[in-house]
Ligand binder design. Sequence first.
Ligand SMILES: NC(=O)c1ccc[n+]([C@@H]2O[C@H](COP(=O)([O-])OP(=O)(O)OC[C@H]3O[C@@H](n4cnc5c(N)ncnc54)[C@H](O)[C@@H]3O)[C@@H](O)[C@H]2O)c1
Ligand SMILES: [Zn+2]
Ligand SMILES: [Zn+2]
Length: 392
Amino acid sequence: MRALTWQGKRNVSVETVPDPILQEADDVIVEVTSTAICGSDLHLYEVLTPFMDRGDIIGHEPMGRVVEVGAESSLAVGDRVVVPFTISCGSCWMCSRGLTTQCETTQVREYGSGAALFGYSRLYGSVPGGQAEYLRVPYSSFNPIRVGTDLPDHRYLFLSDILPTAWQGVQYANAGPGDALAVYGLGPVGQFAARIGAFLGAEVYAIDPVPERRELAARYGARTFDLTDDVNDEIRDATQGRGPDAVIDAVGMEAHGSPVAKVAHQAVGLLPDPVGRKLMETSGVDRLAALHASIDLVRRGGTVSLSGVYGGQASPMPMLSLFDKQIQLRMGQCNVKTWIEDLLPLVEDPEDPLGTEDLVTHRLPLSEAPQAYEMFQQKSDGCIKVVLDPRS
Ligand SMILES: NC(=O)c1ccc[n+]([C@@H]2O[C@H](COP(=O)([O-])OP(=O)(O)OC[C@H]3O[C@@H](n4cnc5c(N)ncnc54)[C@H](O)[C@@H]3O)[C@@H](O)[C@H]2O)c1
Ligand SMILES: [Zn+2]
Ligand SMILES: [Zn+2]
């Protein structure tokens, strides 16, 4: 089959690789019909280079049709499924408490990581990912989300990751009717977080340096702000001087405006892999501009909710502000399956209240994935979300 493979820092290519095969009785093979590129893939593209191996198949936002089933799968050939990016057993202590990202069956203990993820480096199990024609899906009786056949792929596709991620971000932010919610970063995750916040009745303030991303968020009711030195003061002014009740950081570890850590990231990416890995595991730092700005912006006693991914073990944190302001801090990979019951009715609503069909700026053949990665990273050509089609 054809699949997108990681070849080196900022270097991916579409190659012919062996077809996946059933390995366990609860596996299925899915023929992928749509598969998105995520901001998390950009971390692999550059910063997490020491944990990648040449030839790794990446991608973790796929959906498609089941074409082969293991003897114990509850799925049938022909089922249409969305595949969550997290790989969880569904029955362990953690899974039974809704913490599927901490699944005790699939945890990657070698690296001290939580549940295995599709296409996400040694840290998360080096499991072949979904930017490919076919995908092997383990624990198929629990993980995949079975969906109907009437609506287009783009209605359902984002259940694989960014929609539940944004939903979890807003739930962790504890933002509801009448609350002021700020969202740092208006990539696909921030877009959905801002829309969900508004949908649930919050007043939304959204910050991003990219004009077309601000315009899109404004169409869904957010008050938008460029990333300037004064932006936190402007938002404080708009919230009785206190700051918002909650702030979601939907940027993560590659934030603009963190020059020192940027140099550190580049240096780690250039070191030989074992050295780079050790350095990341012990003294890695993140680009913390968005996180520190979120902590500064939130009101006293408020909540900072991190959807953006962080990976440094030695990132400096402003403990004085966190402690003195009495801030709640919540974070983590998304426990996808936990939120599907809330989200499925919304994505199937004829009104499409979260605008699932109004996010994708580029749908391209899988063969154009290398250019798509570059475009998404550079934010060129108005790119906000790319979906790849392995069959065209
Ligand atoms: N927790 C999870 O389970 C989960 C799931 C999916 C994605 N993520 C993470 O969410 C983050 C966003 O992902 P995305 O797909 O939206 O990607 P993205 O890279 O398109 O979005 C990041 C956005 O932040 C903006 N930005 C950069 N620096 C900023 C700053 N200092 N202040 C304000 N905005 C800034 C960029 O312009 C961009 O629009 C990534 O870190 C990704 O890894 C987490
Ligand atoms: Zn993702
Ligand atoms: Zn489990």
